[in-house]
Structure formats: C-alpha cells, structure tokens
Design a protein. Structure first.
Length: 205
C-alpha cells in the first residue's frame, strides 16, 4: 500500500517555507554551543511571505510524501518499533538548499493494525497541526552536540509525511522527513522516531 501522492504544489509551498525556516535553523544550529547538552535546532516555525489562498487550500488538501524516487532495495539502516513495526531508511541526502531529507518506509510486520498517532511526538504544536504524521522524528549530531527537529512552515505544518491511515498487517508505508542540515563535516547522525529504537545513518550529498 502506498500513500505517496503528487507533491508539486506541496514542494512549491515548502520551497518558500524552507528559505525562511533555514534562516532560523542557521541561527539555532549554525553556531557552536560548547555545552555538554545538545542544542535544539529547527524546532520553531519561521516567518515567510504569505501564500495565496489557492496555494494554501491545495497544500492543506494533500498529504505530504517523498518527492523523489528512492530505490527500496537500498537499506541504509533499520529500527524496530512497538507493535512489530519496522522503520527502514532508504536514503539520507544533504540538499544544496541547506536541509537533509530522510526517506524510507514503515512496515507492519505484526498481525494487528497499528495507529500512527504516536509518531507525531508529544509536542503540542506539532501534534495539533500534523495529525498522524512522523513529525516527532529527530536527528542528533552526537559529535557536534546538536539536535535537529523536522522543519515546518509558518502554519505549523511539518515538512514530512502526514495524514497517514492505520497501517494494516503486512503493509509498508513510504515516509519522508526534512531537517535543517548539520555542518558539512558531519557525515553521520542518529535518527530517532517515537516508539522506535534510535539508529545511526550516514548522510550522502
């Protein structure tokens, strides 16, 4: 089963959002914290030029989905989750726009349906605007002591897969997540998603 849909309109809106979101992310994660605790980055929405009402309506109607074709046979990492779920990471790519896109799939290896509600995390601002999403995902640069949260626009919509239905037994659901990019010297980060074990992934590009 696939929830992948056309994302031309969504990505057009996201492109405008990213420019502003990354400006904030650069302030939040582009400097050396020097502390023992990891700093937060990309956790707040940023300002952007207002969208037309038609753009806004179309974006709200569409679920976000990965925009590029990814080879499902390439498996960079796997993480087991609750209720016999498995997260398979197919690609972690650094883009020239200053963000990192993670693409993969969630597989239900059990015999009962699984609700995606917990994957949005516990942050109220994310959960309210991104029901049944993977908005709770996070990248951690252990060397640089930074945490990178999923980017979102000024309306609070995350740049990630949203609006998922329950995952039926034996079904795989494609997902994507976009984060502010760590420094170019960072080539490996930890990926975490609520209810799943943390897994290390290498960044390409």
């Amino acid at each position: 089963m696939s929830i992948r849909r056309s994302t031309k309109s969504r990505r057009a809106v996201a492109a405008v959002s990213l420019a502003a979101a990354l400006a904030l992310a650069g302030t939040g994660c582009g400097t050396d914290g020097g502390g023992d605790k990891a700093d937060d980055a990309g956790s707040s929405p940023s300002s952007q030029p207002s969208k037309s009402s038609d753009e806004d309506k179309e974006a709200k109607k569409e679920d976000t989905a990965a925009g590029d074709n990814v080879d499902p046979n390439v498996k960079l990492a796997e993480a087991r989750g609750a209720s016999s779920m498995l997260l398979v990471v197919n690609e972690v790519k650094r883009d020239s726009g200053g963000f990192v896109t993670v693409q993969g799939e969630l597989k239900n290896q059990g015999d009962t349906v699984v609700s995606p509600a917990a994957w949005a995390g516990s942050e109220e601002a994310i959960v309210n605007k991104n029901l049944n999403s993977v908005g709770g995902a996070m990248l951690v640069d252990k060397v640089g002591k930074k945490r990178y949260y999923i980017l979102r626009d000024t309306d609070g919509r995350c740049l990630c897969t949203t609006g998922m239905s329950v995952v039926q037994p034996g079904v795989s659901v494609p997902v994507f997540m976009q984060f502010p990019a760590p420094p170019s010297t960072t080539t490996e980060v930890d990926l975490s998603l609520p209810t799943f074990a943390t897994t290390s992934v290498k960044i390409s590009g």
